[in-house]
Ligand binder design. Structure first.
Ligand SMILES: [Zn+2]
Ligand SMILES: [Zn+2]
Length: 234
C-alpha cells in the first residue's frame, strides 16, 4: 500500500510540478505554495515548550508550571489563522486531500532541527463512525508526508478511539477534558518507546493530553505532541 502511494506521488510530481494550492501560481521552494501565499501564512513565534501556548519568549507557561501536561513537549508552530486556517479547513471540511501533503511538509520543516527524534508518529485516531462519515483521518493524511520527509514510521494501528466524543467546538477547556476522558485505548506494544502524537490543530490540547495519558499507561517512555497549528486564543 505504501509502495503504491509512493509511486502515485512520484508520477504526480513528474506530471504536475508544484502548484500553489491557494491561488494556482507555480509553487516555490519545492512546496505546493507560491512565494506570495507563503508570506500570508502566519510565522511561528516563541511558545511554551510543554503546551505550545504563545509566550513572549521560549520557556514554560504558568499553566504548565502549575499543572504539567502528560507530554514532555508540544510542537504546534503555526497560528491557526489566515492562509493556514484556509489550508486546514479545506482539508477537513472540503476534502482537499492535496492540502495534507503541504501541511505535512510545512510541519516537517519546523521539526527538522529537533535533536532527539521519536521512534514513531502516532496520528490521533478518529472513531470508526467519524471515519466513515469523513472518509479519511486528516491526522493520518498529514502524518504520511511527515513520515516520508523525516523517515519515521507512521503507526495508525496501535491506538483506537473507543468512544465517539461529541464535537469539541464551542466547549470550554474543562468540558473538553471531560468530553474526551477514556476516549482512547492502546493495543500496540509501545512500552519504553518515544512517541510523537500527531494532530492537525491543537486547541485546548485536551484530546492530545488524553491520548498521551493512555500512552503513558501503556508504558510509553517519552511523549511529544505535534500539530501543524495552534488556535490563537484559548
Ligand atoms: Zn499562491
Ligand atoms: Zn504551557
Amino acid at each position: 500500500m505504501q509502495y503504491l502511494y509512493d509511486c502515485i506521488n512520484l508520477i504526480q510530481k513528474i506530471l504536475y510540478p508544484p502548484t500553489c494550492l491557494l491561488c494556482g501560481a507555480p509553487g516555490s521552494a519545492g512546496l505546493d505554495l507560491c512565494a506570495g501565499c507563503a508570506a500570508e501564512i502566519p510565522r511561528p513565534g516563541p511558545a511554551c515548550r510543554l503546551c505550545a501556548r504563545p509566550l513572549p519568549q521560549p520557556g514554560i507557561c504558568g499553566a504548565c508550571l502549575r499543572h504539567p501536561p502528560p507530554q514532555e513537549r508540544t510542537v504546534a508552530p503555526f497560528p491557526y489563522a489566515g492562509a493556514m486556517r484556509e489550508l486546514i479547513t479545506g482539508l477537513k471540511f472540503h476534502r482537499q486531500l492535496a492540502h495534507a501533503r503541504l501541511l505535512g511538509a510545512l510541519l516537517a520543516r519546523e521539526l527538522e532541527g529537533s535533536t532527539e527524534r521519536p521512534a514513531l508518529i502516532l496520528p490521533v485516531p478518529l472513531h470508526p463512525a467519524r471515519l466513515r462519515e469523513r472518509g479519511f483521518n486528516q491526522a493520518l493524511e498529514i502524518g504520511r508526508p511527515i513520515g516520508r520527509l523525516l523517515q519515521l514510521p507512521v503507526d495508525s494501528g496501535s491506538c483506537r478511539r473507543t468512544r465517539d466524543t461529541p464535537h469539541q467546538m464551542g466547549l470550554h477547556e474543562r468540558q473538553r477534558r471531560r468530553n474526551v476522558r477514556g476516549a482512547f485505548s492502546v493495543t500496540g506494544a509501545l512500552s519504553g518507546r518515544h512517541v510523537a502524537i500527531l494532530d492537525d490543530v491543537v486547541t485546548t490540547g485536551s484530546t492530545a493530553a488524553e491520548l498521551a495519558r493512555a500512552l503513558r499507561r501503556a508504558g510509553a517512555a517519552r511523549i511529544e505532541v505535534w500539530a501543524v497549528a495552534r488556535t490563537v486564543e484559548r
